[in-house]
Ligand binder design. Structure first.
Ligand code: AMP
Ligand code: ZN
Length: 115
């Protein structure tokens, strides 16, 4: 846990969130400012600041993120329609919270490229 990290506080239960999925490695909760009918943040429990801070020991964790994204999509019944998983890295990449997370977006026709 990193003091003053918003997502570490959510993981520790110190700040409430609308939890959707939890396991030993990560949690998934509703984004407070949803950009699609389904917008969850998939957040590893381990405090990793950005995608640039990943090491080979995190490979299994990141694979697991995508396994959970698929489970969420199937549980919501939108797997065949489609969904998007995206990580924003550093300021120009749109990152605003420095604890690695993956946006899960679904429920509308998502456009490309993003803004
Ligand atoms: P990013 O800009 O990629 O770092 O994503 C951070 C996301 O965290 C944004 O989509 C915010 O809406 C979301 N967010 C910020 N504070 C909270 C919170 N307390 N609970 C849930 N989501 C949050
Ligand atoms: Zn953190």
């Amino acid at each position: 846990m990193s003091i003053d990290c918003l997502f570490c506080k959510i993981i520790a239960g110190e700040i409430p969130a609308k939890m959707f999925y939890e396991d030993d490695l990560l949690i998934a909760f509703a984004d407070i400012d949803p950009q699609a009918p389904h917008h969850f943040l998939i957040v590893p429990r381990k405090h990793i600041c950005t995608a640039l801070d990943l090491t080979p020991e995190d490979n299994e964790l990141i694979g697991h993120v995508y396994q959970v994204a698929g489970k969420i999509a199937r549980d919501l019944g939108i797997d065949e329609d489609g969904f998007r998983v995206v990580n924003n890295c550093n300021e120009a990449g749109g990152q605003t919270v420095w604890h690695i997370h993956f946006h899960f977006l679904a429920g509308r026709n998502l456009t490309w490229p993003p803004g």
